[in-house]
Each structure stands twice: as structure tokens, then as C-alpha cells.
Design a binder for this molecule. Structure first.
Ligand code: FAD
Length: 567
């Protein structure tokens, strides 16, 4: 029985199991192992990144037959939706992070972590080249190479500057925890500087001009947090200069929050205007010097400049250098992010998967598939479908590509159905036939929108869970290969394709008001939604420790206000 027990340990524990085995039985090992027994080599899984995608993969990986190596320059997971709250001190930075070693130590899978950055992926030789963390206070950088059988890339993205001159040198990004800490310090520094006795009011106004570039959810939430911080806390502490403060929000398109329902956009714009936030839509930043920010009105072409004290840049995401280099190697250099198939496997790469903001499912192929479904439904080859048939086609597409459901059903995103309705100038009625060519041209209009799943924590974490479940079932499906029918080509695939379930999204607007757009076009705005936001974000915390910290930060803010020391 001892030998059986030890064999189980050896089989299930991999390297560590073998160590336990030899430690436990140094003298009589010959009794235990049948020398004919083949040594089971664990498959090596390398995970790059400890963000939403990487962490949800690790949390959900249960099969102990893998040897997992995690590589990330950040030895913690950060709950990014609360980063804007860190900029104002509503929540403390340490409350929203969980050490990755805390997460992996609870796992029954063999997982090792190295604080390092992957600098090169060699797909052909199945190796990743790494460098120890450049930001750590260590002497010199260590370099090392790791082999893999499977690679999971979840390195996220970086802030996108669109190569506009002066952005990197003169603005603050809001992407990482360190960024949020810098912003918080910078806000307080502006106030302390503006309160110095030697300055004129004109100079004070310049210093107290806060500019936010980007009217997406992050830029809007930051502007709202900043406004709350100024009116609820800083105004009391700096009474002489409080009236000199100005917040400007710049957005290149016609509206802020344009991925949300129109009612939310209108409410947010109205609220900001009422509160004195200077909202400049249709205004594109073209240059930033150390003193002024220059913009161009998109409609009129007029160029103007204004002085500023602090700029926060939040205009979306760009590709990390390591991914750009990898994309070049595998012939994807014409793309913005890594293309994967519906099983999240990087195209043309065996055993390499990509999840989260650094990747997207290659929609070009999806478009071809959709056209094929349509062709198949057009049984009599007439070039038209009845509305009923068309509806079935849409249902079929949504069944296979659930992530596209949003585009079909969400009116704000100009769904295909809406486009078809628009092109007929009337509601689609049962008797009206849908023309295939119209469908295709409508399809091409939404093509660019469909190219990307939203770059959100929701998508990243669902992809991590999906991929972990595939890995957990890898052995089971090998013995029972009858998986679901393949969508493209013949035969079956081992797993169902990734299915994104959109659970809705929040837009916190400050002053204890939040807007939410939930599935089924359900919109809710106000204080009660703010309480929903509190409960959802408390429940979504990665551990009980961070949950307790975040909730106590919220209570501290309610009772004592925010801390304004420039630490
Ligand atoms: P990340 O979470 O960014 O993680 C990337 C990981 O890779 C990090 O651990 C990083 O250190 C590591 N890494 C980087 N380079 C390397 C390398 N070379 N080698 C190895 N590791 C590397 N989404 C929502 O759904 N709801 C929200 O409310 C929301 N609010 C947001 C607010 C802010 C301020 C920001 C910035 C984002 C917000 N998002 C929100 C978006 C969400 O954070 C991202 O979509 C999500 O983080 C993507 O997950 P990821 O795992 O792909 O990347």
C-alpha cells in the first residue's frame, strides 16, 4: 500500500511529487518503482501576464497534470475597474491588488511564478525569452529562457498615444496602479503649487486646469472622480483657490460614452455641463508642449491651444512591443492585435493561445462563415430570404458566434437589422424579403465594429475561464474525441468555440450617480444604480482580503472624506 500511495504522489505531483518520493524512501526505493513504468512527463504550460486573463486562467486551472510557469513583471493582480477611484483616494492602491503568489499557493496544480517580462516569443522552437523586472530595485537584469509545450499569452495592451507629439513626455496615463498613484499625487501637487503666495491668479488658473483626453468609460469616470474630489474634499482645504479650478474633457467624436445607450450619453453630457466640466467634443489633440495643449476642431479645422496644469491621457489601447515582434514572426504584422481562432488559438501557431486585450478572434473568417450560412439558407438561389428565414440565419449566427449577438440586437451599435430597416426606410415586415446583397453591404458596414470584441475585463476573464476549462478537459477529450461539429471545414472539434456572454456595463458619473446598461437594452441611471455598482464590484473582488479592504475604504471615505496628503 505504501508503494501505491507513493506512486500516486509521483504521478500527480510531477517534479515535486518525485522529490517527495525519493525523500520519503531513500533506502528501499527498489521495492517501489517498477522500472518498466514509463516516467510521466508533465506538459509545460507557460502563462504570460497576471492580469484579468492570466489570473482567471490560473484560478480556474484544475488539472494537476500540468507544470505551469507564470511570467509577469507584476507580481500581483490589479482590479482595474477601481483604478479611477485610486486617482482620487476613494480607494487605496493596495486594496485593489492581490499578490499572485497568494492566488497560486491555494491551487493543487504545480504553478511557479517568476517576476520577469517576456521580451521575445520563439514560436518555432517553443521558447520564451525573459528578462527580470526592469522596475524592481535589484542590481542588474537577469535573463533566462523558458521552454513550453503550451503558451498562454495574456500580456494585455499599452496606452495608445497615436504618435501625437508630446503625449508621452507631458501626460499621465491611467493604465496601471502606479499610474493612478502618480495622478493622485499630481492633483494634490497642482493644488499646493497654485496655493503658493507668490503667484498671480492667472498663473494659478493655468496650474489648476485639469485636462482629460478621451471620452470613453475610463476618461469619463476619471473626470467624474476628479470633480468629486475637488468639490467634496479639496474645496474645503483650499478655499481661496477653489474657484480657479477648471476641468476640460476632450473627445474626438461627437459624443462621450458613445459605446453606451444614447440615454446614458445624454445624461452624462448634461450632468457634466451642469457641474461646470468643460466638455469639448469633436476636438482632436494634435500636439502637447510642456505648457500648452493644442487641438483641432474636426468640423471647422480650427486650431487652438490652451495652457494646462495636468493632463490625463485615456484614449484607448495599443499593442505591446513583444506582441508586435511576435506578430511579425508569424505573418500577422498588418494587424493591430493578435488574431486567434474561435478556440483562442493564435492563427498558424500550434499550442499557442492568446487571451484578453492582446488578442481578438479573427473576424474576417467569421464574416466568410456568415456569408456561407446566408448562402446555405438561400435554398432557391433567388438572392433573397424571407424575414423568417433571415431571422433564422441571424439565430444561427448568434448560436455559433454569440459575441456577435450584441451587434445584431443592440440598437446603439447599428445592428444589421437596424441597417436593413434603415435601408428600406421602413420597419422590416413579415412579407418583406431581405436581399442578400443588401445584407452583405450592411455586413460590410459593421465589419470594422465586429473586428474586435470589446477590450474589457469581462471578455478577458471569460476567455481565461474558457481556456482553463479546455485545458482541464484536454485528457478527457483525447479518450473521447467526439466533440461538437466543426463550423468551418469537415469533422468535429474537441471543444465548443469561445462564447462571450455580455453581462452589461457600468459608467460611474460621480456624485453617487452611476449609469448601467444591462443585457436586453435595459438602462438604469441614478443613485440606486450606484449601490448596484458598489455591490457588483465588492462581489467581483478576487479575494476576501481585497473585498474587505475595498469596502472599508468606501466606508472611510463616507465618514472621513478622502485623504489629500501628497504621499
Ligand atoms: P491586463 O489586465 O492589462 O494584464 C496584462 C498582464 O500582462 C499584466 O500582469 C502585465 O504586467 C503583464 N505583462 C505585460 N507585459 C508583459 C510581458 N512582456 N511579459 C509578461 N507579462 C507581461 N474593463 C471592464 O470590463 N470594466 C471596467 O470597469 C473597466 N475599467 C477599466 C478602468 C481602467 C482605468 C482601465 C485601464 C481598464 C479598465 N477595464 C475595464 C479594461 C480591463 O482592465 C482590461 O480589458 C483588462 O485588464 C484586460 O485584461 P488582460 O489580462 O488582457 O490585460
Amino acid at each position: 500500500s505504501t508503494s501505491k500511495l507513493l506512486l500516486v504522489v509521483a504521478l500527480s505531483g510531477g517534479t515535486s511529487g518525485l522529490v517527495a518520493y525519493s525523500d520519503a524512501t531513500p533506502q528501499n526505493s527498489s521495492n517501489i518503482v517498477d522500472s518498466a513504468e514509463p516516467e510521466i512527463k508533465k506538459k509545460k504550460v507557460v502563462v504570460l501576464g497576471t492580469g484579468w486573463a492570466g489570473t482567471s486562467f490560473l484560478k480556474n486551472l484544475k488539472d494537476p497534470s500540468y507544470d505551469v510557469q507564470v511570467i509577469s513583471p507584476r507580481n500581483y493582480f490589479a482590479f482595474t475597474p477601481l483604478l479611477p477611484s485610486v486617482t482620487s483616494g476613494t480607494v487605496e492602491p493596495r486594496s485593489i491588488v492581490e499578490p499572485i503568489r497568494n492566488i497560486i499557493r491555494k491551487k493543487k496544480v504545480d504553478i511557479q511564478y517568476s517576476e520577469a517580462e517576456c521580451v521575445k516569443i520563439d514560436a518555432a522552437n517553443k521558447k520564451v525569452y525573459c528578462q527580470s523586472n526592469a522596475n524592481a530595485n535589484l542590481n542588474g537584469k537577469e535573463e533566462f529562457v523558458v521552454d513550453f509545450d503550451y503558451l498562454v499569452i495574456g500580456v494585455g495592451a499599452r496606452s495608445n498615444t497615436f504618435n501625437i507629439p508630446g503625449v508621452v513626455e507631458n501626460t499621465l496615463f491611467l493604465k496601471e496602479v502606479e499610474d493612478a498613484q502618480k495622478i493622485r499625487k499630481s492633483i494634490i501637487d497642482c493644488f499646493e503649487r497654485a496655493d503658493l503666495p507668490s503667484l498671480s491668479d492667472e498663473e494659478r488658473k493655468k496650474i489648476l486646469h485639469f485636462v482629460v483626453v478621451g471620452g470613453g468609460p475610463t476618461g469619463v469616470e476619471f473626470a467624474a472622480q476628479l470633480h468629486d474630489f475637488l468639490t467634496e474634499d479639496l474645496a474645503k482645504l483650499y478655499p481661496d483657490i477653489k474657484n480657479l479650478v477648471r476641468i476640460t474633457l476632450l473627445e474626438a467624436t461627437d459624443h462621450i460614452l458613445n459605446m453606451f445607450d444614447k440615454r446614458i450619453t445624454a445624461f452624462a453630457e448634461e450632468k457634466f455641463k451642469r457641474e461646470g466640466i468643460d466638455l469639448k467634443t469633436g476636438s482632436m489633440v494634435i500636439n502637447i508642449s510642456d505648457k500648452e495643449i493644442s487641438t483641432k476642431e474636426i468640423k471647422t479645422g480650427e486650431i487652438s491651444s490652451m495652457p494646462y496644469g495636468m493632463i490625463v491621457w485615456s484614449t484607448g489601447i495599443g499593442t505591446r512591443p513583444v506582441i508586435m515582434d511576435f506578430m511579425k514572426q508569424i505573418g500577422q504584422s498588418n494587424r493591430r492585435v493578435l488574431a486567434t481562432d474561435e478556440w483562442l488559438r493564435v492563427e498558424r501557431c500550434d499550442n499557442i493561445y492568446a487571451v484578453g486585450d492582446c488578442a481578438t478572434i479573427n473576424q474576417r473568417k467569421v464574416m466568410e462563415d456568415i456569408a456561407a450560412i446566408f448562402q446555405k439558407a438561400d435554398k432557391d438561389n433567388s438572392g433573397t430570404l424571407t424575414v423568417k428565414e433571415f431571422q433564422e440565419v441571424l439565430d444561427d449566427i448568434c448560436e455559433r458566434y454569440p459575441q456577435l449577438e450584441l451587434y445584431f440586437k443592440n440598437k446603439q451599435m447599428h445592428s444589421l437589422v437596424d441597417l436593413l430597416k434603415d435601408s428600406k426606410g421602413d420597419d422590416v415586415k413579415e412579407s418583406v424579403e431581405v436581399n442578400i446583397e443588401e445584407f452583405k453591404s450592411a455586413l460590410s458596414q459593421v465589419d470594422s465594429q465586429m473586428k474586435n470584441l470589446p477590450a474589457t475585463a469581462q471578455v478577458a476573464s471569460q476567455q481565461g475561464v474558457y481556456l482553463a476549462n479546455c485545458f482541464n478537459r484536454m485528457k478527457e477529450v483525447e479518450t473521447n474525441p467526439e466533440g461538437p461539429l466543426r463550423f468551418r471545414g469537415e469533422g468535429r472539434h474537441r471543444f465548443r468555440p469561445f462564447r462571450y456572454r455580455h453581462l452589461g456595463q457600468f459608467a460611474p458619473l460621480g456624485g453617487e450617480q452611476t449609469a448601467a446598461q444591462l443585457p436586453g437594452d435595459w438602462v438604469s441611471i441614478g443613485q440606486s444604480t450606484q449601490w448596484l455598482w458598489y455591490s457588483v464590484y465588492a462581489s467581483k473582488q478576487v479575494s476576501w482580503r481585497t473585498r474587505a479592504l475595498v469596502v472599508s475604504d468606501w466606508m472611510r471615505r463616507f465618514i472621513f472624506g478622502r485623504d489629500s496628503s501628497s504621499l
